[in-house]
Design a protein around this ligand. Structure first.
Ligand code: CMC
Length: 429
């Protein structure tokens, strides 16, 4: 804590109000407005544009410089040298694991990949054409009905077991939601495989055809999970924290995060990018869509562009772009027509005055969709894959909150409705 303070003078209140100012390790200073309520004042910040909702030690973003650090380590270094499960360990425990710690962690995750056999029957209650995110919202919340031995949030061991279960079972549940939609049998996890490889095996293998997963594609999948692992207090993570602050169980909290992620302004953007590229259909139509994105009277936005925090290149997008080039070269898909549209769209947007002035750069979702499509993942599964990768971030934040002192999250409002008025009987209205 620093000795700095901010002083607020409000019309109608004689005394100036002193507010403490906190300093983090890096990043903007934070004015602590907690004392305002004693003066009958609230702060007003729709969209939480300048509100720090909590203290955290997990992830740091400098949006102006395009920096993303997990526990201090830059995302590009992790993407190059680490892997998804090692990054999970880092996010959960704060340090990179040594060899033994890593082996034990990976083994424990593998031990939890299977889901309770009765969860399979849940899927039969959904329509075959249900969106896989709809299924995920339901089945992840339903885990709390199956794993009663990891619901006591005050017990550190329960929290650990819930974390392992969620990280391990998300790919299994995700692949099951795909298999259900195409009418193929569910595949059991194969614990001899790596995390991403196992996911691809459950997605594309069948009981009569052993899956042959190329190591390049498994690596690309692993990198996608890693690049989505955490992103500090985004909408879904904040939702998980808010749900968790009421004391809800971890499976219910993660289900709330999945629901918040689904929207096209957040995780749903990767699916929306591909749909947009398909709608554009040809390089010759790009100008028309860019013009629509700039038209104030048209709600259309270029999906995969812009970010609340990054006002510079999204560092995840840089890595994702390189990965996209690698994967497409590996698969001999450099001349893919959708990729040609994406590349041209990127060029145009990056040189267009509107996008430059508003600092709208391509974000992680712009390139991840291209890789996922090249990997043969159906578009409707894109956001599910984001959810699989982000699960560790949600849990790390939830656990950080529950392990410390916290209060139920309870924002206030600027009320602009009616003042008190008397009830009118039906015949007087
Ligand atoms: N296309 C055209 N104009 C845009 C776009 C876009 N993609 N994004 C923002 N703008 C304009 C917007 O119209 C506004 O203009 P003005 O100041 O004239 O009213 C200005 O830029 C600021 O936009 P905003 O909506 O106030 O910014 P925000 O911080 O509230 O929203 C965002 C951020 C990501 C929701 C938004 O940029 C967006 O809708 N992008 C497209 C969806 C997308 O790609 N989302 C994925 C985000 S990254 C992954 C994740 O976090 O899940």
């Amino acid at each position: 804590m620093s000795d700095m303070k901010a002083t607020l003078k409000v019309d109608g209140i004689d005394e100036a109000i002193d507010l403490p100012v906190h300093e983090g390790t890096i990043g903007p200073r934070v004015v602590d407005v907690g004392a305002l309520t004693a003066n009958d004042l609230f702060t007003y910040d729709p969209g939480f544009v300048s509100t720090a909702a909590c203290e955290s030690q997990i992830t740091y973003i400098d949006g102006a410089k395009g920096v993303l650090l997990h526990r201090g380590y830059p995302i590009d270094q992790l993407a190059e040298h680490s892997d998804y499960l090692e990054t999970c360990y880092l996010l959960l425990y704060g340090e990179l694991p040594d060899k033994d710690q890593k082996e034990k962690f990976v083994r424990t995750v593998h031990n939890h990949t299977m889901v309770h056999e009765q969860i399979r029957t849940f899927y039969n209650g959904f329509r075959r054409d249900a969106h896989p995110m709809a299924i995920m919202c339901g089945v992840v919340g339903a885990l709390s009905a199956f794993y009663h031995d990891s619901l006591d949030i005050s017990d550190e061991h329960h929290r650990q077991v819930a974390a392992f279960r969620l990280i391990a079972k998300m790919p299994t549940l995700a692949a099951m939601s795909y298999k259900f939609s195409i009418g193929q049998p569910f595949m059991y996890p194969d614990n001899s495989m790596g995390y991403a490889e196992n996911f691809l095996h459950m997605m594309f293998g069948t009981p009569c055809e052993p899956s042959r997963i190329s190591p390049v594609l498994a690596k690309a999948m692993d990198r996608i999970f890693l690049l989505h692992a955490d992103h500090e207090q985004n909408a879904s993570t904040s939702t998980v924290r808010l749900a968790g602050s009421s004391g809800a169980n971890p499976f219910a909290c993660i289900a709330s995060g999945i629901a918040a992620l689904w929207g096209p302004s957040h995780g749903g953007a990767n699916e929306a990018v591909l749909n947009m590229l398909e709608e554009i259909g040809d390089v010759s139509r790009i100008d028309e869509f860019v013009a629509r994105a700039k038209d104030k009277n048209d709600p259309f936005r270029l999906m995969g562009f812009g970010h609340r925090v990054y006002k510079n290149f999204d560092p995840r997008a840089k890595v994702m772009k390189e990965a996209a080039d690698e994967v497409l070269a590996e698969l001999g898909m450099e001349n893919d027509p959708l990729l040609a549209i994406a590349k041209r769209l990127e060029e145009i947007a990056l040189s267009d005055e509107y996008f430059i002035e508003k600092k709208l750069y391509p974000n992680v979702d712009f390139y991840s969709g291209i890789i996922l499509k090249a990997l043969g993942i159906p578009t409707s599964m894109f956001t599910v894959i984001f959810a699989v990768g982000r699960t560790v971030g949600w849990i790390a934040h939830w656990n950080e909150m529950i392990s410390g002192s916290y209060r139920i999250g309870r924002p206030r409002q600027l009320y602009t409705g009616y003042a008190q008025r008397d009830y009118l009987p039906l015949d007087k209205r």
